[in-house]
Design a protein around this ligand. Structure first.
Ligand code: SF4
Length: 403
């Protein structure tokens, strides 16, 4: 299979909704249980996020957004009037004719037909549902807040929705059964999911899961057991017609996520809401990155004053693009890379590209990883990193100086 060639598109808008129905035991995302928040805070935070999105758009010179993504947290956990006014404010920022893709993340306990109606009426055309799996014990032991019954009901609810559906699943849950994982993928496909995000469960520092694993209360799958789980993913995705186009993403042809693709290609995006990140290329090839505060009080007072701004140098920006582009089957865009950094990836990585040539392919615009390389990506990326470090100092670059 050749890597997919996708249509180019413009800047992305991300809004972070930092609330969930409860907190999952493995979660390190910035989110708080809605029931513990001061009254009216969600409304004030989402209004502040919209104001901030407009001000960042002005600063970045973005007049219209091509794609939008509301993530979190759990946007569908917001009270309905707050969700409606957030979506209506975002719609005003769309490109003429609306967003080319507009995704809202949802979790099972807060997804019902009324909420789906609100999303559809606003123009949202894609839901990303955190199903995570249909095996009760593994999910419970990992500390998942939503139960399996709610997850299955949410999938059934989505099946009757007219828009597109992406389903999140986790691999590496305690006691997870490969056959059960295959059944979960088949169930998601049967509900109409044209996109699957399948992630390895990671043990994040400071989470209840980390404590449980450290104290031996929870045992995670061994390497061999994990390999079996990933083999089951390959089998089930093959059967359902979902092709892997990024390390953690599978899609039916044409259903790849445009919004995420913009991240992986180092495009322009604006992130509003506590903890969100904005990013845009600088004229010297580097990247301007703005990280919003996680503190809700600070965000409500003055998000700009409490944001952290970083000018990533061109060498680091080039490295970041290599890291993200090689996570995708589409691979690197050699022409775009050369015009941004003054050097082609082929000149920057000759030894690594030669060493790994059997696992590389010609992508639509430059070198791309084969499907097999996505399974053993880390050593390849480490080789990219060390070769870039060795060569960077001697490579000329335009206005920004050496890489
Ligand atoms: S639903 Fe998602 S964002 Fe919310 S606590 Fe659970 S894992 Fe974290």
């Amino acid at each position: 299979m050749n890597p997919p060639e996708l249509a180019p598109h413009g800047p992305g808008l991300y809004v972070h909704v930092p609330y969930c129905a409860g907190k999952c035991g493995y979660c390190a995302f910035h989110s708080r249980p809605l029931g513990l928040c001061p009254a009216r805070e969600p409304e004030r935070i989402t209004e502040a996020a919209l104001r901030r999105a407009r001000s960042l758009a002005e600063r970045f010179g973005v007049r219209e957004f091509s794609t939008a993504y509301v993530g979190g947290g759990t946007p569908t956990a917001l009270p309905s009037p707050v969700l409606m006014s957030l979506l209506s404010g975002m719609r005003d920022l769309a490109a003429r004719g609306g967003f080319a893709e507009w995704t809202v993340e949802a979790n099972p306990e807060s997804l019902d037909p009324d909420t789906l109606g609100i999303l559809g009426d606003a123009g949202v055309d894609r839901i990303s549902l955190g199903f995570q799996g249909g095996q009760p014990d593994p999910l419970r032991r990992a500390g998942r807040n939503a139960g399996v019954t709610a997850g299955i009901r949410a999938l059934e609810t989505c099946a009757s929705w007219g828009g597109r559906l992406s389903v999140d699943l986790m691999v590496g849950l305690p006691g997870q059964d490969p056959r059960g994982l295959e059944a979960d993928i088949a169930r998601a496909a049967a509900a109409g999911a044209d996109h699957l995000s399948i992630y390895q469960l990671t043990v994040e520092e400071g989470t209840p899961l980390e404590t449980a694993v450290r104290e031996g209360a929870v045992r995670l799958p061994s390497e061999d057991e994990e390999a079996e789980l990933w083999a089951a993913v390959r089998e089930a995705c093959g059967a359902s017609g979902h092709l892997r186009y990024e390390v953690s993403s599978w899609a039916r042809p044409g259903a790849e996520c445009l919004h995420n693709r913009n991240y992986w290609k180092g495009g322009v995006w604006i992130g509003a809401g506590p903890s969100a990140v904005s990013s845009a290329p600088l004229p010297d090839g580097g990247t301007l990155r703005i990280q919003e505060t996680r503190d809700h009080g600070e965000y409500l007072r003055d998000p700009e004053a409490f944001a952290e701004e970083e000018r990533v140098p061109p060498g680091t920006a080039a490295f970041e693009i290599v890291m993200t582009a090689f996570r995708t089957r589409e691979g690197l865009d050699s022409g775009a890379f050369r015009s941004r950094f003054g050097v082609s990836p082929e000149d920057l990585l000759p030894e690594t590209l030669a060493k790994w040539k059997d696992l590389l392919e010609s992508g639509p615009r430059g070198p791309a990883p084969s499907d097999r390389l996505l399974d053993v990506l880390n050593p390849f990326l480490l080789d990219c990193m060390s070769e870039m470090e060795r060569r960077a100092a001697g490579i000329p670059h335009g206005p920004g100086g050496p890489l």
